[in-house]
Design a protein. Structure first.
Lengths: 298, 277, 367, 361
């Protein structure tokens, strides 16, 4: 049985509304994926025009898994995400707890604290190039006038410090994100359990440990998942600050693909790298989702 | 005195340290934008005076060799255009998903993936598609690309707003005698206008800030967007630090204003509707 | 005004059967109450009639005409939602005018009818207000006005009083019924509240788990419930049930449940062999049980477990055989927790149900 | 155990006065209900006693010791909230929580958990995650957590409101039995007059932050001090009829335009106390007799509507323009639009001053 006589627009209303999205995403997401998958089996090169185009099978993949640049980039990307995100979570939790208290100017502080997160990444990169500069930068100036450094250090220019310098930038830019989400989570918590624990006689620390934290777990997981998946995407800041250097010390996967495709003009090889990265991201996000599901169920 | 006071003191100290950490780079850039190339080395923190030289230079193509005004125009056109595209396409899809669960979990995952995947994985195919469809170097081309990236955001954010409008409203309006078209545009949509506005602003912010595709798809100095236009400041006298700082501030000022307007919905946008405030 | 006939309506949500063969008829100008617990299928039935839900199978007739294929906007029904579903972005006036505007009536006609219905429902003074400032009771009236203004064939009311406070609910109950009677409006009214149903209905359809269990006048549902579920549901306060076996002692028939032994010889005619074997359930309304402090009085010995005050009356909870038996008394007699009392019953007030099926064995057939 | 005294307490939220000069004493071991509609200040009062809020003016004493400056942790109270609060732990851990905070020895904790679980019939559920329980069980856990530390005062904030009707009655009886056994000083906040009438040794009726009457359930029902209490207590609610106080031959009577009520012996009292002639007469629907036959002094009316509420009926009788509700037990033989005669039972009606709302008799 159906509503047969009604006009066909009404009958297919839900599909009609979603149709533009399907077409749009069909071309962009899935068309792109199909294309890139196909290209990854070719040696296509591009200099204004397609200059080379043969199907070469899995050669690109064989090359990729042995490619020290790509492997270093993968390693760096995960070091960055693996260090920056937990730090951002901890700082975010701490700052959110502070902002959740009854303090003066809370609204203004909250507004100010979101600024790093929405700043154009390219501008963020430039700001920190100023900060890190070894000749006049603020960081060197402060550290030297406090006597911590005896001579200026080009933080972005040394292989030992460059990646850590970028991690700090990521922490600066994205701690507001975790702060904001955790703060929203804190404010959405019911006050009743908190008050019940007060009446039960619990101290502030006991309340936080036994009542607040367990209730906050879902929010923390959402924040972690989103932040981790975003950290892997980092591109603009590295592009503008170090462009992967010095050497390969700050090379990250996004940059490797970019250089292969648009500097070395090996679209085929870049496509293979793309497929590998996508593959890793999908596996990773599934693992994260699985862990979250497990914790949520418990 | 007691634990309560201790917590208060720690809180205020923490707030001060946090504020310094978050605001120093922005403030430092602000100060630097008033320093000449020489003054940068003379005045480590505060500028000698608030000279606007750097600002005049970057806006004058003859002096700086850049086209900031053109870049601003490009950014505005592309941001606004892409916002229109994704809002129209995404809002109606969000309504469909909210009300009819169209597509079920598969569609959810599909749309989520487009947001989870790093943009770089689309770089090669989109570059080729744009190149061979003739949309490279056009505002429309870049707007379409940004529209696609923002679509997931619009759908999930608007879905969470639509979910807050009780479905009884749709049924009531239909029983009143209105068609489904009227139900959506006359009765449901007006109730999510604030959400729609916030979503639109978020779209604009994301498009405004985007760098990679702007770099790939806009190749003339006149139609490049701001992030590309202000990326490098290596001039005849080495790095033009002051000008770089000034240009950066010009780029982020509108974003700061927009973000402050829609603060209330920022969390929802950042979590794709997952966390509400 | 119309009559409505619903035949074999079925609906599943996934694996869950929501409507299982719903069939009933509502005469012109009649008020039918769908009574049942939440999740029974009341709302889904109303939504199918309104056309905003499509049944898996079954037929819906308005005045003999099959309307299954008609869109909601072509059915000329009105529905009052539990949430009221008011358009908060519109004024009260525009809310009420909405069905008339959808029908493309002239603005003078719309104005006339809106003002008319507003007068009937005493909300003229609210017409130019915003929805958000209105109280729950006012919102309810606006929603009712919107439902009535187009003079629908059928008025569907989905738990309209649930969101009002107790006092207002009692008031609106009588007002709704008066209005329905005056307008001679064919109405289907869904509620989980037996008191509401008894007050408002011309007929009650008792519905549970998607099935209609009994359709009858309020009086018959109350005094002649078809099974134990209905008897329990319609009783306020709820019925006492004692489950036990049936024994034949000499030529007498005796009901036994622990220490509770009760002569039921008078039931001999009605019990069949299966029921003799599997046993029966005896149902007693709290108001039908007599309680006494006199130790010489005939009856069963029990201890007072708790006392509930209903103002003029008390409900005494008696502990008997590890079961709680509730008895209604006037508040003039006072009892203490722990006190030993006796209670007695009269056979006219005893309901007897089949232990296995729950069916009422001594139901009086009324045609 | 303890005696709780609230003295001259006032609490404001911005411009609204939530509690206005409240004086209330709860005796040792007493079960007191604070009853009133939402927004009457009853919950605010309870929260101030708990220490979760503070009165702007006035003091709270536990056994003559002022506790105003004590935090909730220091007051040694047990509290149960409207929305059953259980922590995300097992029932056992929930019950042990208040004791663990006090660092009691392990075996002492175990003993008391066992004890309280027995009383509240939670013994079989001790190792279940409390958040997985049903509403009634959750509320029992919350109650157990409030009781286990043997608090000086037990505070209950509408603890039964969110349970369904059946569970609510059950829990009411359980609470009553529990109080009989433990005799802790208890303050119970509710908006449900039946609940208050069942549970309270005394009931404090509040409206708009002001204490209206503090009395036993019996007195609230039979001797309400003012219109608000008369209207709020009892279901179905009292009939109120606007009357004018008139005099004839030295005897006073009430003129309700459509009928007259002789005041007999009460004349003198009423005439002395009434500040104006405008009065309201109140009579409960259960204090009116209705019959098909005319009797002495009865008023003639027409049945306008019959409300069936379980084993009772409320019959709306129209006399002139007045509608008077009459409660009839059992099956009714009355029919719509039938002419009937009603009579008020002697000495059951109240007369209120229309302006001040306070009772005259």
């Amino acid at each position: 049985m159906g509503v047969a006589k009604s006009s066909s627009i009404e009958r297919h209303w839900n599909k009609l509304l979603i149709l533009p999205t399907m077409i749009y995403l069909g071309i962009f997401a899935f068309g792109s994926f199909g294309l890139v998958l196909f290209l990854s089996f070719t040696n296509i090169a591009f200099r204004g025009e397609i200059s080379r185009f043969d199907i070469i099978g899995v050669e690109n993949y064989a090359k990729a898994i042995m490619d020290p640049t790509f492997l270093t980039a993968l390693k760096n990307t995960f070091i960055l995400a693996g260090v920056a995100v937990p730090v951002e979570m901890l700082l975010g939790l701490g700052i959110a707890l502070m902002l959740n208290q009854d303090i003066k100017g809370r609204r203004i502080l909250r507004s100010l604290f979101i600024l790093p997160m929405i700043t154009t990444p390219i501008v963020v990169g430039n700001m920190w190039r100023l900060m890190y500069n070894s000749e006049f930068g603020l960081i060197n100036y402060v550290l030297m006038s406090w006597g911590i450094l005896s001579k200026p250090v080009p933080f972005l220019g040394l292989p030992e410090t460059a990646l850590w310098a970028i991690i700090l930038v990521d922490i600066w830019q994205w701690t507001p994100f975790t702060t904001l989400i955790i703060l929203a989570g804190l404010q959405a918590l019911p006050t009743a359990p908190y008050e019940a624990a007060l009446v039960d006689g619990a101290s502030s620390w006991q309340i936080f440990r036994k009542i607040t934290l367990p209730m906050l777990v879902p929010t923390l997981l959402i924040a972690f998942l989103l932040r981790f998946m975003d950290a892997i995407k980092i591109f603009d800041i590295v592009y503008i600050t170090t462009f992967g250097g010095p050497g390969l010390s700050t090379e990250i996967v996004g940059l490797t693909i970019y250089k292969e495709a648009f500097k070395k003009l090996n679209l085929g090889y870049a496509s293979a790298l793309t497929v590998l990265v996508l593959f890793i991201v999908i596996i990773l996000s599934n693992i994260v989702l699985m862990i979250i599901n497990k914790i949520m169920r418990r | 005195m007691n634990a309560k006071h201790l917590i208060k003191i720690i809180t205020y100290l923490g707030i001060i340290v946090t504020s310094i950490f978050f605001l120093t780079p922005i403030a430092y850039t602000f100060f630097t934008s008033f320093k000449t190339q020489v003054e940068i080395y003379q005045y480590p923190i505060f500028p000698k005076d608030f000279k606007l030289d750097n600002y005049f230079i970057i806006f004058n193509p003859k002096l700086s060799g850049r086209f900031i005004l053109w870049n601003i125009a490009s950014s505005a056109i592309v941001s606004f255009g892409s916002m229109i595209i994704s809002i129209i396409v995404g809002t109606i899809a969000a309504y469909s998903i909210s009300r009819y669960r169209t597509g079920g979990d598969n569609l959810f995952f599909m749309i989520l993936t487009t947001r989870m995947a790093p943009p770089i994985v689309f770089a090669v195919p989109i570059f080729l598609i744009m190149k061979y469809s003739g949309l490279i170097n056009t505002y429309l081309g870049l707007a379409i690309v940004y529209g696609a990236f923002n679509l997931a955001l619009v759908i999930w954010m608007m879905k969470s707003f639509f979910d807050e409008v009780p479905k009884d409203i749709d049924d009531a309006a239909q029983i009143d005698g209105w068609s489904k078209f009227h139900v959506l545009f006359k009765f449901v949509l007006p109730r999510v206008y604030p959400g729609l506005f916030a979503t639109a602003i978020l779209c604009i912010i994301f498009a405004w800030n985007e760098f990679l595709f702007a770099l790939l798809l806009m190749q003339s100095p006149y139609n490049q967007t701001l992030p590309v236009g202000i990326a490098g400041f290596y001039g005849e006298r080495g790095w033009e630090w002051g000008q770089m700082a000034a240009a950066g501030l010009i780029a982020i000022l509108p974003i700061y204003i927009f973000a402050l307007i829609i603060q209330r919905h920022l969390v929802r946008g950042l979590t794709m509707g997952g966390v509400k405030e | 005004m119309s009559k409505i006939f619903i035949k074999n309506l079925r609906k599943k949500f996934g694996n869950r059967t929501v409507l299982d063969n719903i069939t009933f008829e509502v005469k012109e100008g009649e008020c039918m109450v769908l009574l049942g617990p939440s999740g029974a299928g009341k709302t889904t039935t109303l939504r199918c009639i309104a056309g905003v839900e499509v049944p898996d199978s079954g037929e819906i007739y308005f005045d003999g005409e099959l309307v299954n294929n008609k869109r909601p906007q072509d059915r000329y029904v009105s529905m009052l939602f539990q949430s009221y579903a008011l358009y908060v972005n519109l004024s009260v006036y525009d809310n009420i005018a909405s069905p008339l505007k959808a029908a493309n009536l002239s603005s003078s006609e719309i104005d006339k009818r809106v003002k008319n219905i507003a007068k009937t429902l005493h909300i003229e003074h609210l017409l130019h207000r915003k929805i958000l400032g209105l109280s729950g009771g006012e919102q309810q009236r606006v929603a009712l006005a919107r439902a009535l203004v187009k003079e629908p064939k059928i008025l569907l009311l989905d738990e309209p009083l649930t969101n009002l406070d107790a006092k207002l609910r009692a008031e609106m109950r009588s007002e709704l019924k008066r209005l329905q009677r005056e307008l001679h409006q064919t109405t289907i009214y869904a509620t989980p509240d037996p008191v509401e149903a008894m007050t408002i209905a011309d007929k009650i359809a008792m519905i549970n788990r998607g099935q209609i269990r009994q359709i009858d006048t309020p009086e018959n549902i109350y005094f002649n419930p078809k099974d134990a579920f209905i008897a329990d549901y319609i009783s306020v306060p709820s019925m006492n049930f004692i489950e036990g076996e049936v024994l034949c002692v000499n030529d007498k028939l005796v009901f036994r449940s622990g220490d509770f032994i009760y002569d039921i010889t008078w039931l001999r005619e009605m019990l069949d062999s299966k029921q003799l074997e599997s046993g029966i359930i005896i149902g007693l309304r709290p108001s039908d049980i007599k309680i006494s402090k006199d130790p010489l009085c005939e009856g069963f010995v029990a201890k007072v477990y708790g006392i509930e005050s209903l103002g003029l009356e008390n409900i005494i909870h008696l502990k008997f055989n590890d079961k709680i038996i509730k008895v209604k008394t006037t508040s003039e007699e006072s009892y203490e927790i722990g006190e030993v009392v006796k209670f007695s019953i009269e056979k006219n007030n005893v309901y007897v149900f089949d232990r296995k099926t729950g069916m009422n064995i001594n139901q009086v057939k009324i045609e | 155990m303890v005696n709780v005294r609230i003295e001259n307490a006032t609490k404001r939220f911005g411009k609204t006065i939530a509690v206005n000069k409240l004086n209330l004493e709860v005796k040792d071991g007493e079960f007191v209900c604070i009853l009133g509609p939402s927004g009457c200040g009853k919950t605010t009062t309870l929260r101030c006693v708990a220490g979760l809020d503070k009165f702007d003016e006035g003091h709270i004493y536990f056994n003559d010791e002022m506790v105003d400056h004590l935090s909730p942790q220091e007051r040694n109270i047990g509290m149960v909230f409207q929305f059953y609060v259980v922590y995300r732990m097992t029932v056992r851990e929930n019950l042990a929580f208040p004791l663990e905070i006090k660092n009691l020895p392990r075996d002492e904790i175990n003993r008391r958990v066992k004890e309280i679980a027995e009383i509240l019939r939670l013994s079989d559920l001790l190792d279940v995650n409390a958040t997985k329980l049903g509403p009634a069980e959750k509320q029992r856990v919350a109650l157990g957590r409030a009781l286990i530390k043997e608090p000086k005062v037990l505070l209950l904030d509408e603890p039964l409101t969110n349970l369904d009707a059946k569970l609510r009655t059950e829990m009411r009886i359980e609470l009553m039995r529990l109080h009989k056994r433990l005799r802790s000083t208890t303050i119970f906040v509710t908006h449900d007059q039946l609940e208050a009438m069942t549970l309270g040794d005394r009931i404090a009726v509040m409206n708009l932050g002001v204490l209206q009457q503090y009395d036993t359930p019996y007195n609230l029902y039979y001797h309400p001090k003012n219109l608000f209490v008369a209207d709020f207590i009892g279901s179905p609610s009292m009939n109120f009829i606007e009357c004018t106080l008139k005099r004839k031959n030295g005897e006073a009577f009430l003129d309700a335009t459509d009928f007259k009520i002789n005041l007999g012996d009460l004349s003198n009292v009423i005439l002395r106390k009434a500040s104006s002639e405008e009065v309201l007469m109140g009579i409960r629907p259960e204090h009116i007799v209705i019959s098909k036959e005319n009797v002495n002094d009865a008023f003639t009316g027409i049945i306008d509507f019959i409300e069936n509420i379980g084993d009772k009926n409320i019959i709306h009788v129209k006399i002139g323009n007045q509608i008077i509700r009459v409660l009839v037990h059992g099956r009714t033989e009355f029919k719509l639009n039938e002419t009937v005669y009603i009579k008020f039972l002697m000495n059951t009606f109240h007369v209120f001053d229309k302006k001040t709302g306070s009772v005259i008799v």
